[in-house]
Every structure is written in structure tokens, then in C-alpha cells.
Write a protein that binds this ligand. Structure first.
Ligand code: MEV
Length: 326
């Protein structure tokens, strides 16, 4: 019997969500809210996959690994783990039964990327046990395959954040590139809007809008990608004023794509009234979180404003470590 426990961070988009899907680029940061995966492996003639993921209601879930590996489609709460095991089995045929236990240290309905953290942690743990020479880039490629086998889409930006950690400029074009941004701090906080959103349906909705009105939507996406590049320079130069302005414009463009909500906008306008340098939705939209770039000394004012609508700053730091053995 061999065993390992690893953890991967959650993520937030700083700039470039949706635009990154169209062969674009984005800036993402790892969030210090972690998801742990423990894998115990035991040699077996007929290897089984067992999963306990109590925070999504899975207890003693079991299936033959050969059955999992032959599946074309993955459904239910076990889908991302099954997809990882199937993908890993293609690379390294498994002759061990796997007992996988996951534990999320953040609420999964915050929209902080529990799927990408699950995929990053599961594949990293499998690599530790069976293929310790795999690089993060190899694990990233497998992880992106595993995510796409489940949801048929995904830029990989959130997976990059979960694997590499820190704050990244990520390019979603072959060959994919991940550039860590060398910064000491990122003066931002996240605020949950109170609504849970489904990424896939919002990505599809934007795609339909773009297919229907390419002459209108393509220039918006192009502007969003320009903002990502300018934002990268602003972050590297610690020019927070400029970054805030760019975040505000990006939020306006996301609103134009139809993924903003009244609850997100309420948080964002309150933050701006409390003199935030910038505020925008983060991720697919339709709910989940907003991110706020704060000026020094404004946190108390921001908290007071948020309390009036029953919201608060999430207690997680940004620019966190990537996947690691715990
Ligand atoms: C979702 O967290 C971010 C999107 O850009 C989708 C993706 O990057 O795969 C909307």
C-alpha cells in the first residue's frame, strides 16, 4: 500500500475571462483556499476506484478502473476524478486499486474553481505515486484533456492557477504558455455575490452571442485581450491606479457580453463608492465572486458598505502556492 496527500488552491480571474476561450490570454491568481486529495493505492488483479468526497455527498462510491477508463462520458459528482483516472490510465495503465478522498477547505458554491483544484490535485497525486518524473506541464496537458472530457470546453487558465500557483499570465494558444508574474503582493480581495453560477452555460451563452453577432462581439473580445496585456504591464509595474481603470473597463465589457448580474453589480458599485481603485466580476459571471482592487486604508469602509447588503470580504489571500504535497 502506498499513499499520498496533496492540496491545490482555488483560483480567481483578474482579467480575461471569456476572452481567453477564443485562443486568447488571461491573468489568473491562485487563492489560498485549498482542496485536499488523499490517494491510497494497493496492487490488485481487478483494480477498483473508490471515492469519498463527503462535501459533495459521495461516500464509498466504487467502480472498476477498466470501466472508468472505457467511459466516453463522465457524470455526477465523481466526474472530474473519474476523468482524471481515465486519462492517467491511458498514460500509465493502473494495476492498483485507488482509494481517493477529497476534502474542500472552502465552500464549493463560491465559484472559486473547485473542479480545477480537484483535477490538479488528483493528477498531481497520481503522478507522485506512479510517475514522479512527470512535469507540471505534462500534468497540465492531461488535466486539460480530463476537464474537456467532462465539460467539452475550458481554456485551462483555472487549471494553470491550481497547478502553478502565484499570479499568472496564461496564453490559451498552442503551444500553451504560463508566465508567472513576479510580484510581492496583489492588493485585491474577493467578495461572493450570494449567487452560484454554472460556468459551462455562461461560456455557451457568450459563444452563441458571438456566433450570432461576430461583427459586434469580436471587437469586444479583442478589446478584452488588449486589456489583459495592458493589465499585465500594470501589475508588473505595480501601477494599481492603471490596473483599477482596466478592471473597471473589463467589467463593462463583460456586462456587454451578458454575464453580469444585479447582485454582482451591486457589490462592484458599492466597492467603487468606497473608493476601490477597480472592481469587476471574476470568472464566468452569472454570480460567484467579484474582485476588488483596494486603495490603502479603505478596507474598513468597504466592509461597512458590504455589511449593509449582507456581504463580506472572503477571508482568503491571493497569489497563493500551487499544488503541493501536504
Ligand atoms: C470561467 O472560470 C472562466 C471562463 O473564461 C471559461 C474558461 O476560461 O474556461 C469563462
Amino acid at each position: 500500500m502506498v499513499a499520498v496527500t496533496v492540496s491545490a488552491p482555488a483560483k480567481l480571474f483578474i482579467l480575461g475571462e471569456h476572452a481567453v476561450v477564443y485562443d486568447g490570454q488571461a491573468i489568473v491568481t491562485a487563492v489560498d483556499a485549498r482542496l485536499s486529495v488523499t490517494i491510497r493505492a494497493e496492487q490488485a488483479d481487478r483494480p477498483q476506484l473508490s471515492i469519498d468526497a463527503l462535501d459533495v455527498g459521495l461516500q464509498n462510491w466504487q467502480r472498476d478502473i477498466t470501466t472508468v477508463a472505457q467511459q466516453g462520458q463522465f457524470e455526477g459528482e465523481s466526474r472530474f476524478i473519474e476523468s482524471c483516472v481515465a486519462r492517467f490510465h491511458q498514460f500509465h495503465p493502473l494495476d492498483h486499486s485507488l482509494y481517493i478522498r477529497t476534502q474542500s477547505h472552502f465552500a464549493r458554491d463560491l465559484g472559486l474553481g473547485s473542479s480545477s483544484a480537484t483535477v490538479a490535485a488528483t493528477l498531481f497525486a497520481l503522478a507522485q505515486l506512479f510517475a514522479p518524473n512527470l512535469s507540471l506541464a505534462d500534468i497540465f496537458d492531461m488535466g486539460l484533456d480530463a476537464i474537456r472530457a467532462v465539460q467539452k470546453l475550458g481554456s485551462g487558465a483555472d487549471l494553470a492557477a491550481a497547478l502553478y500557483g502565484g499570479t499568472l499570465y496564461y496564453i490559451n494558444r498552442e503551444p500553451r504558455h504560463v508566465y508567472p508574474l513576479e510580484i510581492d503582493e496583489l492588493p485585491m480581495v474577493a467578495v461572493y455575490s450570494g449567487q452560484k453560477a454554472g460556468t459551462v452555460s455562461y461560456v455557451q451563452q457568450v459563444r452563441v452571442l458571438r456566433d450570432t453577432y461576430p461583427q459586434v462581439i469580436d471587437p469586444i473580445i479583442q478589446s478584452m485581450l488588449e486589456i489583459v496585456d495592458s493589465g499585465r504591464q500594470a501589475i508588473q509595474g505595480q501601477n494599481w491606479q492603471a490596473l483599477g481603470t482596466l478592471m473597471n473597463v473589463q467589467h463593462g465589457l463583460l456586462h456587454a457580453l451578458g454575464v453580469d448580474t444585479a447582485a454582482l453589480s451591486e457589490v462592484i458599485f458599492l466597492a467603487r463608492q468606497a473608493q476601490a481603485l477597480g472592481a469587476k466580476l471574476s470568472g464566468a459571471g452569472g454570480g460567484d465572486c467579484a474582485i476588488v482592487l483596494h486603495a490603502s486604508g479603505m478596507e474598513k469602509r468597504l466592509r461597512a458598505a458590504l455589511h449593509k447588503i449582507g456581504r463580506d470580504i472572503l477571508p482568503y489571500g491571493l497569489h497563493a502556492d500551487g499544488v503541493r504535497i501536504d
